[in-house]
Ligand binder design. Structure first.
Ligand code: HSE
Length: 315
C-alpha cells in the first residue's frame, strides 16, 4: 500500500474527576490525515488545511510530522513520506485536537509500513506528541483516540490503558465557546500539592465513576462526576460555567463538566433528543453573554482511529 487516509476522533479528557487518567472518544469531530510513501528519505508536510494558517509548517515542529518521524526512527527506517493534514476540529478547545492529529498520523504510517506496531505500542509515541504540544505527557486524549471507548490510563504503566465497559446509550452534548484556553496555561494554574481531604474525595469519585460505568449505574456515574481538583480553578476560565452546569443538571443530564482543559463543556445524557435540546439551552446561555459557540452531539466512539483506505475522496 502506497497511500492511506485515516480519521482520528476528538476526545473528552479527564471525564471530570479523572484528571489525566480517564477520557473517552467521540464519533465526531476529528482530524484526517492522508499519507503517501515516497523515495525522498524524509518526512514532509505537504499540506495543512483547516487551521487558518495557525499550525507550524516546519516538519520538526508540527505534531503529525514530528510523531511520524519518531515512529520511523523507532522502527529503524529512513522511509520517505508525504503528509497532508486536514484539521476538522477546533484547536485550543479541550477536544484533544493535537492528540487527534498525532493519532491519525501514527495510525496512517503504521498502516503504510505493514502494521509493525500494535495500537498499544503506538501509545508512547502519541504521548510524546502531547509532550511536544502542551509540555505534559498525559494520555487521556491520545489513548481513547487510538483505542476508542472510555479508557482508564493507570499511572505511567502503559500496559494499564484499560478500555472500560459503559452503558451503550450514553450520548454526549458538547458546547464549545469560541474562546481559546491553552492546555499549557490551564495546567499551570493547578497546584502541585492538594489537601488530603480533596484527594480522598477525588479518588472516591474516580472509583465511583469506574464502578458506575462497569455496572451501568447511571445515578452513581452522575454523583461521581465531581472534580474538586482542577474544575474549581479552571471553571473561572469559562464564562457562565456554573450557570451552564445548573442548566444541564436541571434538564436531565447525568453529569456535566469541562472537556479536557476547556473551554468546551460537556453533558453526559442517556437520550439523544435530550442531549440535543440541552446543547441548545447551553448555547443560548452563552449567546446571552455575547459568546459565540458551536455544539456537537456524539455517541461514545468505541472504535477509535479508523483507516479510510480506498476512500481517499472522503478526505
Ligand atoms: N488531562 C489533560 C488536562 C487534558 O486536563 O490538562 C488536556 O486536554
Amino acid at each position: 500500500m502506497q497511500s492511506v487516509s485515516v480519521f482520528a476522533p476528538a476526545t473528552v479528557g479527564n471525564l471530570v474527576c479523572g484528571f489525566d487518567v480517564l477520557g473517552f472518544a467521540l464519533e465526531h469531530p476529528g482530524d484526517k490525515v492522508r499519507m503517501e510513501l515516497n523515495d525522498s528519505g524524509r518526512v514532509s508536510l505537504d499540506l495543512v488545511e483547516g487551521d487558518k494558517g495557525r499550525l507550524p509548517r516546519e516538519p520538526e515542529k508540527n505534531i503529525v510530522s514530528a510523531v511520524v518521524n519518531n515512529f520511523l526512527k523507532y522502527i529503524g527506517t529512513n522511509q520517505g513520506v508525504g503528509i497532508r493534514l486536514y484539521k476538522q476540529m477546533p484547536f485550543g478547545s479541550g477536544l484533544g485536537s493535537s492528540a487527534a492529529s498525532a493519532v491519525a498520523g501514527l495510525v496512517a504510517i503504521n498502516e503504510l509500513m505493514g502494521q509493525p506496531l500494535s495500537r498499544e505500542e503506538l501509545l508512547p509515541l502519541a504521548i510524546d506528541g502531547e509532550r511536544l504540544s502542551s509540555g505534559s505527557a498525559h494520555a487521556d486524549n491520545v489513548a481513547p483516540s487510538l483505542l476508542g471507548g472510555i479508557v482508564l490510563v493507570r499511572g505511567k504503566n502503559l500496559n494499564d490503558a484499560v478500555k472500560l465497559p459503559f452503558p451503550r446509550d450514553l450520548v454526549c452534548a458538547l458546547v464549545y465557546p469560541h474562546i481559546e484556553v491553552s492546555t499549557r496555561l490551564a495546567r499551570e494554574i493547578i497546584p502541585e500539592n492538594i489537601m488530603l481531604k480533596d484527594a480522598i474525595r477525588q479518588w472516591g469519585n474516580i472509583a465511583g465513576l469506574v464502578a458506575g460505568l462497569c455496572t451501568s449505574d447511571k445515578a452513581l456515574i452522575g454523583r461521581s462526576m465531581e472534580d474538586v481538583v482542577a474544575e474549581p480553578l479552571r471553571s473561572g476560565l469559562i464564562p457562565g460555567f456554573n450557570c451552564m452546569r445548573e442548566i444541564a443538571l436541571e434538564n436531565g443530564a447525568i453529569g456535566f463538566g469541562i472537556s479536557g482543559s476547556g473551554p468546551t463543556v460537556f453533558a453526559l445524557c442517556d437520550d439523544k433528543a435530550r442531549a440535543r435540546s440541552l446543547a441548545g439551552l447551553l448555547r443560548q446561555s452563552l449567546d446571552e453573554r455575547g459568546i459565540v459557540s458551536s455544539t456537537f452531539i456524539s455517541d461514545i466512539n468505541n472504535e477509535g482511529a479508523v483507516v479510510l483506505s480506498g476512500k481517499p475522496h472522503m478526505v
